[in-house]
Design a protein. Structure first.
Length: 327
C-alpha cells in the first residue's frame, strides 16, 4: 500500500489492551483508568482476521503494544498465531519489561524475536517515582532474561525529560558497551497525561546528541540492518555491542518516513499517531462485514494518512491517551 505522499505502508501496530501494571507520569493517570467492558475490546480471533486482511494488502510487520501487552491473558498464543499468518514476516512487542522474566521463554517459543523494553532511569528510586511504583530490579531482570534468551534486537526506549532523567544520558550510552542493547532516546510528546508539561521537560534531539558527543564519538549507521526502518536514526559507537538511536517526533519531524497504521484495543484504525481521525473496524466486523468491506476500511485509512502529525501546532486536539494508542 502506498499513501498520497508516496510512503509505503507495511507496518501495523496493535494495542491489545489499555490496561497497565505501571502508571508512568507521562502516560497514565495516577488513579489508573476506568475498566472497559470486555466486549468493547477486540477478541483475539477478530485481531487475527484483521491481520490476515491487512497482510493481503501488504502489511508484513506487526508490533503488539498497549497499555502493557503482557498483562492480557493469552498474548503468547496470539503471538504464535500471528507469526503463522502468510505474509507476516516480523512480529515484535513493546513492553515495560516487568513480566519478561516470567514470560520470556514462552514468548520466545511462540516465535517472538524482537523486543522493545521501556526504561527511563537506572536509579531504583527514580524508577519508582516515574512509573509510580515499579521495581527497577524486576525490569532489569526482564532485560537480562531477554538477552539470555537471545531476543534480537533488544531495544530500550528511554523518554528523556529535562530535570528528571536527562542527567543519565551518558549512563544509558555506557550500557551499549556492556550489553547488546540499542538505546533509543525519545522526546517526550505532549499527548494525554504529558499534554500539560511535556514541552517544559522537552530535551530536543540536538541537545541529547550533543551531550552524548561530549563523552562518545557517534558514527551514523548508514545500514540499519536488524534495527529496521522505523522512526529512529541510529549511531554506532566504536567498540560498543549495541547502538544509540534518537526518536524525535517534535524537533525533527519523523513523518516523512512513516510506514504505519495503528489499531486500538477497541477496534479503531488510526492513520496517524496524533490525529483525531479514526476509522471503526470493530462495528463493521461485528455486523458481519465481508473481507472486501474490511479491506476497503484499511485502504481508506491509508488514503487518509495525513502528511504529518500536528504536535507542534498549538490548537490541535488529540482525544486519545498514549496508553490507548500504544506509543
Ligand atoms: N507499556 C508498554 C511500554 O511502556 O513499553 C507499551 C505501551 S507504551 C504507551 C509505548 C511507549 O510509549 C513506551 O516506550 C513509552 O515510554 C512511550 N510513551 C508513552 N507516553 C509517552 C509520551 N508522552 N511521550 C513519549 N513517549 C511516550
Ligand atoms: Fe504503562 Fe507503558 Fe504507559 Fe508506562 S508507558 S504507563 S508502562 S502503558
Amino acid at each position: 500500500m502506498q499513501d498520497a505522499f508516496r510512503r509505503k505502508i507495511d507496518y501495523l501496530r496493535i494495542s491489545i489492551t489499555d490496561k497497565c501494571n505501571l502508571r508512568c507520569i507521562y502516560c497514565m493517570p495516577e488513579e489508573g483508568i476506568p475498566l472497559k467492558p470486555h466486549e468493547e475490546i477486540l477478541r483475539f480471533e477478530e485481531i487475527l482476521r484483521l491481520v490476515k486482511i491487512a497482510a493481503g494488502l501488504g502489511i508484513s510487520k506487526i508490533r503488539l503494544t498497549g497499555g502493557e501487552p503482557l498483562v492480557r491473558r493469552g498474548v503468547v498464543s496470539l503471538i504464535r498465531d500471528l507469526t503463522r499468518i502468510p505474509g507476516i514476516t516480523d512480529v515484535s512487542l513493546t513492553t515495560n519489561g516487568l513480566l519478561l522474566t516470567k514470560m520470556g521463554p514462552d514468548l520466545k517459543r511462540a516465535g517472538l524475536k524482537r523486543l522493545n523494553i521501556s526504561l527511563d532511569t537506572l536509579e531504583p528510586e527514580k524508577y519508582r517515582s516515574i512509573t509510580r511504583g515499579g521495581s527497577l530490579k524486576q525490569v532489569w531482570e526482564g532485560i537480562e532474561t531477554a538477552l539470555d534468551l537471545s531476543f534480537c534486537p533488544v531495544k530500550i526506549n528511554t523518554v528523556v525529560m529535562r530535570g528528571i532523567n536527562d542527567d543519565e544520558i551518558l549512563d544509558f550510552v555506557r550500557l551499549t558497551y556492556l550489553y547488546p542493547l540499542h538505546i533509543r532516546f525519545i522526546e517526550c510528546m505532549p499527548i494525554g497525561e504529558a499534554d500539560g508539561w511535556a514541552r517544559q521537560h522537552l530535551v530536543p534531539q540536538a541537545e541529547i546528541k550533543a551531550r552524548v558527543e561530549e563523552g562518545f564519538k557517534l558514527e551514523l549507521k548508514a545500514e540499519t540492518g536488524i534495527l529496521g526502518s522505523g522512526p529512529a536514526s541510529y549511531y554506532h559507537l566504536s567498540g560498543a555491542l549495541g547502538s544509540v538511536g534518537f526518536i524525535s517526533p517534535l524537533s525533527v519531524h519523523f513523518c516523512p518516513a512513516c510506514n504505519r497504521l495503528r489499531l486500538t484495543a477497541d477496534g479503531k484504525l488510526r492513520p496517524c499517531l496524533n490525529s483525531q481521525r479514526e476509522l471503526d473496524l470493530k462495528g463493521p466486523l461485528r455486523e458481519g462485514a465481508n473481507d472486501e468491506k474490511l479491506r476497503e476500511i484499511f485502504l481508506e485509512a491509508v488514503r487518509k494518512k495525513p502528511q504529518g502529525h500536528l504536535m507542534n501546532e498549538t490548537d490541535w486536539n488529540q482525544p486519545r491517551m498514549m496508553y490507548q494508542i500504544g506509543g
